[in-house]
Design a protein around this ligand. Sequence first.
Ligand SMILES: [Zn+2]
Length: 167
Amino acid sequence: MEGAFHKHLYVLGKEKYLHGERPDVKCILCGIVEGDPKVKSLRLFESKYHLIVLNIYPYTSGHLMILPKRHIIKMEKYRKIEWNELHILLNNAMEIIGKEYQTGSFNIGWNIGPYSGGSLEHIHIHLVPRFKSEIGFLELIAGTKLILETPQQTYKRLLPLFKKIKL
Ligand SMILES: [Zn+2]
């Protein structure tokens, strides 16, 4: 189990997970792009058109988001050059996380529009690594979220690896 999983499990309260502490900014993701000190973020990589950040309230360890630096709210506003870069970044991120967390399983997804379950209108893609050992039922019965490490620990682990990305 060494390497892929840690000995400790962390429990995040579901309330906090769902609502977070919303910073008072017009758009949280634009706040991240602009480096607004009111918005907490764990930036892993910056490219010409995108940022890769760790999710502060992850579904699993290594859960990250890739967001366009422009405030895009509709998919059709994405330009071809941005699509290309996005997919190259996604591949790089999957490779890094797959190796570091020893998994080949991921959920990749968008939440688009007000009824999608997403809470931010500035579009972004989620990359969620999945693990055989996830303890899903506990989160159902106890109303808590179990993750393998804190986002700060994940960040420490991943930042040096993302620094090596060459586009
Ligand atoms: Zn925005």
